[in-house]
Design a protein around this ligand. Structure first.
Ligand code: ATP
Ligand code: MG
Length: 476
């Protein structure tokens, strides 16, 4: 098959010409070939040459029109250049064809120089093992030893060689397999999938960073529940994310039962994913009910309850983030906040939507209020149509009220007009409980609508409150 039309671009001609001048067989391989056959855009190009990838990259960099730096990774025997096509920055990586052999305790293989065939044999899936020749005489010729083209047509992921060996050699491939199935919406060949099930324990030799990187790619796909179901089915989920597996199952006492929180969580995740591509909003969906198994109680009057799961869940976020080596920064705080507040909008209606309750909610949610509302909406998964419509109606009432109050009171980015430093300065205090109490009183009075959001008025209010506590100003 000739795929010249897929590489109809100057850069491929240049690479081919330079390779010819060096007498090197050279190919574009892997993801770029797969994506171009599927009609997917990709700006990452992997070039394999039967010789030195680094020398080839250096010679190419010296002839391409605009200057480019070659980044050499000596340890890996690879080199990278960047090249702009139609305003897009392409990343082109060069490597010499290699043959790999593995030891039991590491996913890092022993590497030797090899032929194109050796190089194709070491690749993870048939659809990732195709190469297109760039040398002038054979420009565009597809080399597809494992019938990857047909697997793309059939939408199937399978390993080129024995699946048990492929996965045992480098267990990260098990996650890549599920990730590709999910990203491309392909099925995994049953015998390939069974090999994942058999080799799942091998995942333990993979670093957490690599696992998390793959998991995040799955979470960012358009229908992430597919990945979680596959991970669960083969048993990998239990190993890498036991907290989420603990959400599975229903219990009943007499007529009373509760929903399967695993299924529910996946539905919420898909719902959120339809509305937002934000990784950490999706993480909030995954974790919003994570403490339900720990807070489940049965009460003869109320049935099953999960009181406080939002509080306990928000505390679990930090442990989970730490284990997954996710950033322990504002992104984590954002997820904690969303988990903590995810019940609030619905609860607001169930009590009574007072201005003061809405002000407090807006204050706590701050700039994340829109994301929180996406999560709340997504959390409505009841199969009971009447109930569902009632919830949606209630949320609409809260939203309307939020808009009115925000217009009126500008609470969203509200800062208490008197700071702790002000209080310490006025009363000659060092940091202590009283400073916090006074600050909270001012905040509460403003949120309750008893005090205007104004510095002078807040100071007068402070003087009154401090007096009641028996405090004297520094200069009195
Ligand atoms: P994407 O970049 O969209 O994740 P990709 O297929 O380009 O997909 P990369 O991780 O960039 O994936 O790897 C490029 C190519 O290198 C793959 O197509 C595959 O042929 C090979 N490859 C990558 N990782 C492995 C691995 N762990 N085992 C075997 N081959 C691999
Ligand atoms: Mg790639």
């Amino acid at each position: 098959m000739n795929l010249e039309d897929k590489i109809d671009n100057d850069i491929f001609r240049i690479i081919g010409n330079v390779a010819d001048s060096m007498n090197l067989e050279t190919y574009v391989v892997g993801g770029f070939v797969r994506d171009s056959i599927m009609g997917r855009k990709s700006t990452d190009i992997d070039i394999v040459t039967i010789g030195s990838g680094i020398e080839l990259a250096q010679n190419i960099a010296s002839v391409i029109p605009h200057k480019t730096k070659v980044t050499v990774f000596k340890n890996f025997g690879t080199a990278m250049i960047h090249y702009t096509i139609d305003d897009k920055l392409w990343q082109i990586e060069f490597v010499g064809a290699r043959k790999e052999s593995y030891r039991k305790d590491s996913r890092k293989p022993i590497v030797e120089d090899g032929t194109l065939e050796d190089d194709q044999n070491r690749r993870d899936f048939t659809i990732n093992a195709m190469a297109i020749s760039l040398n002038e005489k054979t420009f565009g010729l597809l080399l597809d030893p494992f019938d990857g083209v047909n697997d793309i047509k059939r939408q199937i992921i399978r390993t080129p060689l024995d699946s048990d060996i492929t996965f045992s050699d480098d267990p990260l491939r098990m996650l890549r397999c599920i990730r590709f199935a999910c990203q491309l919406d392909f099925s995994i060949l049953p015998s390939t999938f069974d090999a994942i099930t058999r080799n799942k324990e091998r995942i333990k030799i993979i670093s957490q960073e690599r696992i998390t990187e793959e998991l995040n790619k799955m979470i960012l796909s358009s229908h992430p529940s597919d990945a979680f179901r596959l991970l669960d089915k083969c048993g990998l989920l239990e190993i890498i994310f036991p907290e989420i597996v603990a959400l599975k199952g229903v219990e009943s006492v007499g007529e009373r039962t509760h929903k399967d929180n695993f299924k529910h969580t996946l539905e919420v995740l898909d719902n959120v994913s339809k509305q937002s591509n934000k990784l950490f909003l999706r993480w909030a969906a995954i974790l919003h009910d994570i403490a339900k198994p720990l807070t489940k109680r049965y009460d003869s009057r109320l049935g099953f309850t999960f009181h406080g799961h939002e509080v306990k869940g928000s505390k679990m976020v930090v442990h989970i983030f730490r284990r997954f080596k996710l950033p322990l920064n504002d992104s984590m705080k954002y997820v904690q906040k969303l988990v903590f507040l995810h019940l609030r909008p619905i609860a607001l209606v169930e009590d009574e939507v007072t201005d003061s309750a809405v002000r407090r909610f807006l204050f706590e949610a701050g700039d994340d209020v829109d994301d929180l509302m996406i999560l709340c909406h997504s959390d409505i998964t009841s199969k009971n149509m009447l109930k569902k419509q009632q919830y949606i109606k209630n949320l609409a009432i809260v939203k309307q009220k939020m808009i009115e109050i925000e217009e009126k009171d500008k609470i969203r980015n509200f800062k208490v007009p008197v700071t702790g430093e002000d209080i310490m300065e006025i009363y000659g205090l060092s940091p202590c409980i009283q400073v916090g109490i006074l600050k909270d009183k001012i905040k509460d009075a403003i949120l309750d609508g008893e005090l205007e959001n104004d510095r002078e008025k807040a100071l007068d209010f402070l003087y009154e409150q401090a007096k009641a506590l028996g405090l004297k100003k520094k200069n009195e």
